[in-house]
Ligand binder design. Structure first.
Ligand code: NAI
Length: 290
């Protein structure tokens, strides 16, 4: 069965980007969220991103319009009943994902591929909640989705090879490079990245250096395009905390214990760029202002 329609659930930072690259690849897209204002914001983010591609001459005016024309938004999960591939990108919370996949598994059509963009929650567990573990897979995009070339592809214990093959093909059609990794906590990306971010937060908490100096060391000394504290703000501190908790629980090793400062900032609602304040402050367009 050919993939024609891609359903995306969750229209936040990741879901809006996934909807965009799927539409750019020529798929019909149904983008679902629980909030109308989030859907509107997602569409304007997509419009802005396509506008930048147009300015740089990477797409034509026709591509721009055709891409937007392929994206439909909805508040109803039932509108995903005809989707051939469903990519879930809601909050990094196993309870929320479980409730969603129990519903999605029941309403998706029998041959649909079911994929989660989770950063760290075991694919094998989400697959079980969906009731269709052989058609379930991890399809982990990177932020910002329209620019980052990688998709980590994670097979759960019962994922069929045919499911992997179709997701690899879809990722390539979206212009991405799929790399397959096994279903262990944090996969490869966040097992390596998050402990570094967590350690940067601990260094800040201990007063080893200012936030600017910590980020500067990694940018100027290690050639990272962004320092770890800036990157944490960009990812979302709630997402970083959720991933650290999965690593800590999954490996049972205190080297993955989330920094108390990270926990405190999440409790205070300082989630980074998406709320305007994290380690740094941001204007409403997400530009760093302090
Ligand atoms: P976000 O907070 O920007 O967006 C989450 C969206 O899900 C919100 O718009 C919310 O309204 C919606 N939502 C929540 N429950 C829902 C439900 N039951 N049905 C429909 N929509 C629902 O989060 P973000 O950053 O986009 O992350 C989403 C997922 O992608 C998480 O699993 C995260 O771990 C993963 N991810 C995040 C990356 C990042 O850099 N932020 C990178 C790669 C993966």
């Amino acid at each position: 069965m050919e993939i024609r329609t891609v359903g995306v659930v969750g229209a936040g930072q990741m879901g809006s980007g996934i909807a965009q690259v799927a539409a750019q690849a020529g798929y019909g897209v149904v983008l679902v969220d629980v909030s109308e204002s989030v859907l509107e914001r997602a569409l304007s983010t997509i419009r802005r991103s396509l506008g930048k591609f147009l300015e740089k001459g990477r797409i034509t005016q026709e591509d721009h319009e055709a891409t937007l024309g392929r994206i439909r938004t909805s508040l109803r999960l039932e509108d995903l009943a005809e989707a051939d591939l469903i990519v879930e990108a809601i909050v990094e919370d196993e309870g929320a994902k479980r409730a969603l996949w129990e519903r999605l598994g029941a309403l998706a059509k029998g041959e649909a591929i079911l994929a989660s963009n989770t950063s760290s929650i075991p694919i094998t567990a989400l697959a079980r909640y969906s009731g269709a573990p052989e058609r379930f897979i991890g399809m982990h995009f990177f932020n910002p989705v329209p620019l980052m070339p990688l998709v980590e592809v994670i097979r759960g214990a019962l994922t069929a090879e045919a499911t992997r093959d179709r997701v690899v093909e879809a990722a390539r059609r979206m212009g991405k490079t799929p790399l397959e990794v096994q279903d262990y906590p944090g996969f490869v990306s966040n097992r390596l990245l998050m402990p570094m971010i967590n350690e940067a937060i601990e260094a800040l908490r201990e007063g080893v250096a200012t936030k600017e100096a910590i980020d500067g060391v990694m940018r100027l000394g290690m050639n990272h395009p962004m320092g770890p504290l800036e990157l944490a703000d960009f990812i979302g501190l709630d997402t970083c905390l959720a991933i650290m908790e999965v690593l800590h629980r999954g490996f049972g090793d205190d080297k993955y214990r989330p920094s108390p400062l990270l926990r405190r900032m999440v409790q205070a609602g300082l989630l980074g760029r998406k709320t305007g304040r994290g380690f740094y402050t941001y204007d409403e367009k997400g530009n760093k202002v302090g």
